[in-house]
Design a protein around this ligand. Structure first.
Ligand code: NAP
Length: 257
């Protein structure tokens, strides 16, 4: 294989902003990007957690700015983008990773406030942060945006369908932004992980359901965070320079069962 091919995966000289990166998939992606040569800006709501995640990246030789910011709050979002630009002067890669499902139950019983919260953290914040980064840097300089969706976008599961709807809309947002911002040199893609071993999903993988999900998965295991990091590196790097509007499913075959 041409050794040049590996240099396409390098993020040297790039600055990446990853939301929700004090633990789980976001922390893994930030660590992978740092190891690939990027300067990283990471945020989460809790100060101590983001300091700890930043310390780990620094100890492995990376350059990092860790900020306590709630991406659901407009003031925090504005401060996040401003501080990132003041620190690094550019944002070449944005990973909209914050998301989750704070409400379980059938749609018939879902309160309006719960619907709003699920749409906010899984869909709206990704749009508003992308739009802010577009105006702050990418509109004139290009870049790449990765939205962290889920295989839930392709499934219907009673109990988490509001989350699934939001993640499906996030995939369509990805396609719409890819079309509108492609002429500005911006690629926009989504990742759709299956079940990954993180704190958010612990109730699903750490028990009888986890045994069943492992048994029924074609590859025969549940994803580790580094399975997702590799896809995120591909989509952020020049290795995927002709890929946009795409959703990369990383699920061990969960969807083809
Ligand atoms: N784990 C899975 O099986 C799985 C599967 C498919 C898709 N996903 C998606 O992958 C993404 C990451 O999931 P995960 O499992 O890694 O979650 P996680 O372990 O719960 O980590 C979430 C991260 O986001 C931060 N965060 C949460 N709300 C925030 C907010 N409003 N503003 C800023 N930071 C916030 C958390 O820190 P603080 O609490 O300090 O804010 C933490 O650093 C989500 O979009 C999720 O839907 C996960």
């Amino acid at each position: 294989m041409d050794s040049d091919i590996f240099s396409k995966f390098s993020l040297k000289g790039k600055v990446a902003l990853i939301t929700g990166a004090s633990r789980g998939i976001g922390e893994g992606i930030a660590s992978a990007y740092s190891k690939a040569g990027a300067k990283v800006v990471i945020c989460s709501r809790k100060n101590r957690a983001i300091e700890e995640a930043s310390r780990k990246i620094m100890e492995s030789g990376g350059e990092v700015l860790g900020l306590a910011a709630n991406v659901s709050a407009s003031n925090d979002r504005a401060r996040l983008i401003k501080d990132a630009m003041d620190w690094a002067g550019q944002i070449n890669i944005l990973v909209n990773n914050v998301g989750g499902n704070p409400h379980f139950g059938p749609l018939a019983e879902l309160a309006e406030s719960a619907w709003d919260k699920v749409m906010d953290i899984n869909l709206k914040t990704s749009f508003i942060v992308s739009q802010s980064v577009y105006h702050a840097w990418m509109k004139d300089h290009g870049g790449t945006i990765i939205n962290v969706s889920s295989v839930g976008a392709f499934e219907t599961i009673v109990g988490i369908n509001a989350y699934n709807i939001a993640k499906a809309a996030l995939i369509h947002l990805t396609r719409c932004l890819a079309r509108e911002w492609g002429p500005n040199g911006i690629r926009v893609n989504a990742l759709a992980p299956g079940l990954v071993k993180t704190k958010m999903s612990q109730a699903l993988w750490d028990g009888p359901l986890g045994v069943e999900l492992t048994r029924s998965n074609p590859i025969g295991r549940i994803a580790e965070i580094d399975d997702i990091e590799c896809g995120a590196l591909f989509l952020a790097s020049d290795a995927s320079s002709f890929v946009t509007g795409h959703t990369l499913v990383i699920d061990g075959g969960q969807l083809v069962r």
